[in-house]
Design a protein around this ligand. Structure first.
Ligand code: GLU
Length: 474
């Protein structure tokens, strides 16, 4: 991973307009990692510039949009800690969209077309066969009133296309740099379907204008839409927002994000026990020149955020990075943050317990296992039969625990030091049988920290059971 190159916030060039960004999911499914990245980058941008972050549900597709997905998206954003300043539904603005459609029709900017999907496909195939780009031929625009009337008499209903000005469309993309499209190379986009419902383009542009959106930050799969939207925005008398298109993530091998990874939802990540902060730390910096590292809060991500650090190369999304970051987030988590969650897990063993075990957690829920090691019941293990005698010796040498001489961080060293002198064992041969007997596991937190937590009675009992029970052989 490249070294950190976080610029101080003061070096960020100030955007010329007050920052107002939107995250505009269609509530037709759960948020997946790609959406989350878009949401997060918009949120960070708003926070970094003291702007507003709007949650806008692009729910004009009445058939596929579902209230339960609205709720799920809200819950996912809350889980990630991405609070929004305002919420809007495109469906609530249908009257405004209809008004704009009517005015575009009146201006001759929207024109009726009658081709069926099959007819359009046939045209495209013919164009390709002749080596021409499959651009709509504007046949609809050439129809006379009589021709239209007779098509309608046949029972055909029109869909409506925006007549593009055949000019260069340019913008300065905050990630991709200067971009331009020759509108003559684009098909006039369909804005209204036969049944009168709207495709995404028009509501999006109208709402971006009406809601004063200053910056549109989204995936590069929208780049061509952007060219059309900029022109439509100008036709409607608006000032196009500034655009930034993030490169799409690929999987670790560099191929497009597989279906499995691409559809990985926030719910899946949560069910896997991942920390929201690990998800954010990865997705906020993937594709940037910044070091990907665990952070203690979203504020730390805001402080280091700079959109200009995003590059054009496709970043690799690797779940293994997520696991690593997750562990690091837990290792750095203060007790006060962990406490309510430990309580919910019935695993709150106090600050000393948390400090002893957090460095060994991969998932937060692992704390419950260590809680049992420290305070509950486990199955002690005997590594090898010849260790039984050693464990009996260890039991005899176990220091007393009295109110005057409580067990503390020195007890382990004192005990094992004495055992080393008495038995000649050292290193792994000395420590491993004790760890296996006392924790039931070959790896784990520092024994010096665990031993005082479990206390003498529990430790003695485990040594006795491990030494005696042949069924506890590993
Ligand atoms: N609803 C669109 C989507 O989810 C929004 C795209 C945009 O940001 O304009 O792809």
């Amino acid at each position: 991973m490249p070294p950190a190159s976080v610029r101080p916030a003061s070096v960020r060039p100030a955007p010329v307009r007050p920052v107002r960004v939107r995250f505009a999911p269609s509530p037709t499914g759960r948020l997946h990692v790609g959406n989350v990245r878009t949401a997060l980058v918009n949120w960070l941008f708003a926070r970094a510039y003291g702007g507003s972050f709007l949650l806008r549900f692009d729910d004009t597709d009445a058939e596929r949009s579902r209230p339960e997905y609205v709720e799920a998206i809200r819950a996912d954003l809350r889980w990630l800690g991405l609070a929004w300043d305002e919420e809007a539904f495109q469906s609530a603005r249908a009257a405004r969209h209809a008004e704009v459609v009517a005015s575009l029709k009146a201006d001759g900017r929207l024109y009726a077309c009658y081709e069926t999907p099959d007819e359009l496909e046939y045209k495209r195939r013919r164009q390709r066969a002749r080596g021409l780009p499959p651009i709509y031929d504007r046949a609809g625009l050439a129809l006379s009133d009589d021709e239209r009337a007779s098509l309608e008499a046949e029972g055909r209903r029109p869909h409506w296309r925006l007549k593009l000005d055949h000019a260069d469309i340019r913008w300065d993309d905050l990630v991709r740099g200067p971009c331009h499209y020759d509108a003559a190379h684009l098909s006039d986009p369909v804005l209204v379907r036969e049944d009168g419902t709207l495709l995404y383009t028009l509501p999006s542009v109208v709402d971006d204008i009406d809601m004063g959106i200053s910056h549109v930050i989204r995936g590069e799969d929208h780049v061509v839409n952007t060219a059309v939207q900029i022109q439509l925005c100008r036709v409607l008398g608006g000032t196009p927002p500034t655009f930034a298109h993030l490169s799409l993530m690929t999987d670790a091998g560099g191929g497009g994000l597989s279906k499995r990874l691409g559809s990985l939802s926030v719910g899946d990540l949560r069910d896997e026990g991942l920390e929201p902060l690990a998800v954010s730390a990865l997705l906020a910096r993937l594709g940037t020149s910044d070091d990907i590292q665990a952070v203690e809060s979203l504020d730390a991500l805001v402080a280091g955020f700079d959109l200009s650090h995003f590059g054009r190369a496709a970043p690799k999304f690797d779940p293994a990075d997520l696991s690593r970051l997750n562990a690091r987030v837990l290792h750095g988590m203060p007790y006060e943050t962990a406490r309510p969650r430990l309580t919910a897990l019935k695993a709150d063993g106090g600050a000393a317990f948390w400090d002893a075990v957090r460095g060994n957690l991969e998932r937060f829920a692992d704390a419950a296992e260590w809680h049992a090691v420290a305070f509950g019941d486990i199955v002690p293990r005997l590594g090898a039969p010849e260790d039984a005698g050693f464990l009996r010796t260890a039991l005899e040498a176990l220091p007393e625990e009295t109110p005057d001489a409580p067990w503390d961080g020195q007890t382990w060293a004192a005990w094992t030091g004495a055992l080393k002198a008495a038995t000649g064992r050292k290193g792994k041969g000395l420590f491993m049988p004790l760890r296996l007997a006392l924790t039931g596991q070959a790896k784990g937190p520092e024994m010096a920290a665990l031993l005082p937590l479990m206390g003498r009675a529990r430790a003695a009992d485990r040594l006795r059971r491990a030494a005696a029970d042949p069924s506890s052989l590993a």
